[in-house]
Design a protein around this ligand. Structure first.
Ligand SMILES: Nc1nc2c(ncn2[C@@H]2O[C@H](COP(=O)(O)OP(=O)(O)OP(=O)(O)O)[C@@H](O)[C@H]2O)c(=O)[nH]1
Length: 634
């Protein structure tokens, strides 16, 4: 109803809302929720990519472990077959043994290289390849020799823990088999010493990344190991537990932070059950995940982008909501202020829906319009059924003009009929509220105010402007108006009218001798006495000082006018009783008759004045008739 109202408290500009604590707090909370949601999404995506990376890595590692174990198995098998062949040769012909070993190594140089030793049954070296003279070194304390010399005599391949060469400084493992004499008794040990690097050679043919590793473990001891650019590190290290227990399954997968170099890896292992060896191939988890690093980075960047976009959207939405709330609050406050102002001003408000014909009235409006319900099914016409019949045409015309768009505002002042028949004055203002399609008016909103007091004041002012304050008679202005009106009627009806002017004789001495108050009393009594002698249709006016005018609106003849004038004179001659004394006065009376004395008010007044002056000049206390004008009546 008060949508055009300007709130007293200015609402901050829309941009200012972005930095209000209310907005910032909600934006931060919203961002935290977004971070949680987007973070969960990104984490899930990362986890998915990690699990894909893990699955792919495990598949690759399993294949590599199997391939490496087959490679190792093939190398060991080659060495073992060579050992068996060399053993037969040693037992047959020791003299040409050295050249046979050399020849064999030449044949196998692309696959493996090994040194060969042969010991006697005491474990003392009797042959060592690559030497011109064999030092009689006692190896009986070495496990790979001892196991055959002190064992059950079974022909088994033994693979030793790695040892570092005393002179070469190279890690090697010893593959041994027993030597037999003609009786089939253990007669010594034949040893093939293979550099562990051969076992890790396969590693160099593949590129698994800098954090990868390949190990060959036997009896819980690292026989060979390659890791990145640092091959054979930690050869000889002892490893226990899963999967190095003898009872673990043939192949498998696990993830572990390496006990050797501290790198977190995915591992696959594969057992060479014939030789009691395990091959493990490890890939650094960081390298495995790096395969999907770009997708993970993309997911993270997308997540951050979505987070920023959501945050901006949230921030904007909260700022807009804040502005909306402020606006609604300001409107509510403005409405309260307007209601208070209206209530204080005594104005009532009504709201008419032109579509539904429902009229809403404030309690003040109900009281002022004499309607005892807040919502009434009414029409504009019915509303004005409360209007005084004399005012209704003007009010209806004004309302119609406004509804038809011929006036910008509806304004009317009219009397409302009360149930007891009395009336009170209302000032009403209304305006169409445009809305709906094509801007068709849907509502009329108006205010009503009681203006009884103002109307009374206006009435008093109008009365004062047209009447003499002392006597209550019409003043010169009103006298002149009525004369104009009477002349119009007289001309239309071809009637006569008369103007009588009279002035009290020697009034000044009354004032001078008895005071102004006494003079006033005399003027009031003159007015009363003459008024009573006249007809209601006649007008008696005080023209100024002690001068009066009489308008005989209808006058049959000049003689009748003279008769009224004579009567006035005789009334003036009668004594006037005041508070203290009786006064005797007289008057000079001039008579002018229409149409004889002229066609217009000015002429008639002038004639009457002249006649009165003539009576005064003639010795006062008499009536004089104005001479007929030579002009023809208009
Ligand atoms: N008490 C009273 N005196 C008034 C009022 N208005 C004018 N007068 C006085 O009325 C007197 C009018 O004097 P005039 O008509 O000029 O003189 P006069 O004494 O009547 O003499 P003539 O008219 O020549 O007979 C003046 O003294 C004015 O001051 C009034 O309202 N009350």
């Amino acid at each position: 109803m008060f949508t055009n109202a300007h709130p007293a408290t200015p609402v901050r500009g829309p941009a200012g809302a972005y930095f209000r604590p209310w907005v910032l707090l909600r934006t931060v909370l919203f961002m935290l929720a977004c971070i949680a949601a987007v973070g969960t999404g990104v984490t899930m995506e990362h986890a998915k990519l990690r699990s894909i990376a893990k699955a792919e890595s495990n598949r690759d590692l399993s294949n590599l472990a199997r391939a490496f174990s087959e490679e190792v198995g093939a190398t060991i098998s080659t060495v073992d077959v060579s050992l068996i062949a060399l053993r037969g040769h040693w037992q047959r012909d020791q003299a040409s043994f050295a050249s046979t070993v050399e020849q064999l190594n030449r044949q196998l140089r692309r696959k493996v290289f090994f040194q060969v030793k042969a010991t006697d049954r005491q474990g003392v070296v009797r042959f060592a390849s690559g030497r011109t003279e064999t030092p009689a070194v006692d190896l009986s304390d070495r496990a790979h020799v001892r196991t055959h010399l002190q064992g059950d005599g079974q022909d088994r391949l033994f693979i030793s823990a790695p040892v570092i060469g005393r002179t070469s400084g190279v890690w090697s493992v010893q593959l041994t088999r027993p030597l037999y004499d003609a009786a089939g008794k253990v007669d010594g040990v034949i040893v093939a010493s293979v550099a562990t690097a051969y076992f890790a050679r396969f590693y160099n043919t593949i590129d698994l990344g800098p954090g990868s590793s390949i190990s060959l473990v036997g009896s819980g001891v690292v026989l060979a190991r390659s890791s990145g650019r640092n091959p054979n590190v930690q050869v000889g290290a002892r490893l226990t537990g899963y999967p190095y227990d003898p009872n673990t399954e043939r192949a498998g997968l696990f993830r572990r932070v390496s006990r050797i170099d501290g790198i977190d890896r995915y591992y696959a292992w594969h057992k060479l059950e014939d030789y009691g060896l395990i091959v493990t191939v490890g890939l650094a988890t960081a390298d495995a995940h790096a395969r999907y690093g770009s997708r993970q980075r993309f997911a993270a960047i997308m997540g951050i982008g979505i987070l920023l976009a959501l945050s901006m959207l949230g921030w904007t939405a909260f700022a807009a909501r804040y502005n909306r709330r402020r606006s609604v609050k300001a409107l509510e406050e403005a409405e309260v202020r307007w209601k208070l102002a209206l209530s204080a001003s005594g104005a009532g408000v009504w709201d008419l829906n032109l579509k539904t014909g429902r009229l809403l009235l404030s309690s003040q409006a109900q009281a002022l319009l004499g309607i005892d319900a807040g919502i009434v099914p009414w029409t504009v016409g019915a509303l004005h059924g409360k209007v005084h019949p004399d005012d209704l045409p003007a009010v209806s015309a004004a309302m119609r003009a406004h509804l038809d768009g011929r006036s910008a505002d509806f304004m009317a002042e009219y009397r409302v009929l009360r149930a007891d028949g009395s009336t009170h004055w209302i000032s009403e203002r209304a305006a169409l509220v445009n809305g709906g399609e094509l801007g068709a008016p849907k509502r009329v909103v108006g205010t009503v105010t009681n203006i009884d007091q103002r109307k009374l004041a206006e009435q008093e002012m109008r009365y004062m402007a047209s009447h003499d304050a002392l006597t209550g008679l019409a003043n010169r202005t009103l006298f002149r108006d009525r004369l104009e009106q009477a002349l119009l009627h007289a001309k239309r009806d071809d009637n006569m009218l008369a103007v009588i002017y009279f002035d009290l004789d020697k009034f000044k001495p009354v004032n001078d001798n008895y005071g102004h108050g006494m003079g006033d009393q005399l003027l009031v009594q003159v007015a009363r006495r003459v008024r009573c002698s006249l007809r209601k249709s006649d007008t008696l006016a005080r023209l100024g000082g002690d001068e009066f005018g009489v308008l005989l609106a209808t006058c049959a003849s000049q003689a009748d006018a003279m008769k009224v004038a004579e009567n006035i004179l005789s009334l003036l001659n009668m004594p006037f009783e005041t508070d203290s004394i009786a006064l005797r006065i007289s008057g000079s009376v001039g008579v002018a008759v229409y149409p004889e004395c002229g066609p217009d008010a000015a002429g008639l007044v002038h004639c009457a004045d002249q006649a009165m002056y003539a009576a005064k000049q003639n010795g006062r206390n008499q009536v004089a008739l104005a001479a007929a004008s030579t002009e023809l009546p208009g």
